[in-house]
Ligand binder design. Structure first.
Ligand code: NI
Length: 236
């Protein structure tokens, strides 16, 4: 009788033990599968698991333009996105209101030379004056001198820029939006290849580029990307 009782107790304990192990193993497996799926989704959508690296910058060259830049600013405001604008000095006069709005709404304003010139084709004095003149125009409008320059065609001299205390900001994603009116193609070129820390190059002087930019923002925001000004990418 006692032996039977002990035997039953013994079997019960073993069954409870086995049962617990099975339940724990199943739980562990479920957690593992869930994590693996989440990682796979993150990798597919390009989202970095580290939140400090989930940033991208969207930048606009060659403006401002009284019509398309305003439309862009409306769209950026609706989406709570801060962008970066590299202005051409000769486009500033007559567009002061647009530039003031950019500044007041938290966008970063940089220099894109006075006449959109390739700096390394000029002598040093002329190159310097292309940059300084643009800085002066921008300072007149927003009361602050730009620190950053996007040299047209990516051509510049380190020596000259350091002499006048300007930092170059180039780009890592270029959909060549100026060469096409196909909004879909521009959007796809950017969103298919985007990764954390990228700097996207677009031009706010074309209506098609503005439309594409807003679509790009909607897609990337839905994937968890955060838009920062281009100086934030450099500092990371
Ligand atoms: Ni340009």
């Amino acid at each position: 009788m006692d032996y039977k009782k002990q035997y039953h107790n013994y079997i019960n304990k073993i069954m409870i033990g086995i049962g617990s192990i099975i339940i724990m193993a199943m739980l562990a497996l479920a957690i593992f599968v869930q994590r693996a799926q989440a990682d796979k989704q993150n990798i597919q959508s390009g989202i970095c698991t580290d939140t400090t690296e989930r940033c991208v910058a969207i930048t606009f060259d060659d403006g401002p333009n009284p019509k398309s830049t305003q439309r862009l600013l409306d769209g950026l405001k609706e989406r709570n996105v801060k962008a970066t604008f590299f202005l051409v000095g000769k486009n500033i006069e007559g567009n002061e209101d647009v530039i003031k709005r950019m500044y007041e709404e938290g966008h970063l304003i940089g220099n894109h030379t006075y006449t959109h010139v390739q700096l390394d084709t000029l002598n040093v004095n002329m190159a310097r004056s292309e940059i300084i003149q643009t800085n002066e125009k921008i300072t007149e409008v927003i009361g602050q001198c730009p620190k950053y320059i996007r040299p047209p065609f990516g051509a510049y001299s380190d020596k000259l820029l350091s002499e006048i205390n300007m930092m170059p900001i180039l780009w890592s994603v270029d959909p060549e939006d100026w060469a096409t009116k196909d909004i879909r193609a521009i959007v796809n070129k950017v969103t298919k290849n985007i990764k954390c820390g990228d700097i996207i190059l677009l031009h706010d002087i074309y209506d098609t580029s503005v439309e594409a930019a807003l679509e790009i923002i909607d897609i990337l925001q839905s994937q968890g990307y955060i838009f920062v000004t281009a100086d934030q990418i450099l500092l990371d």
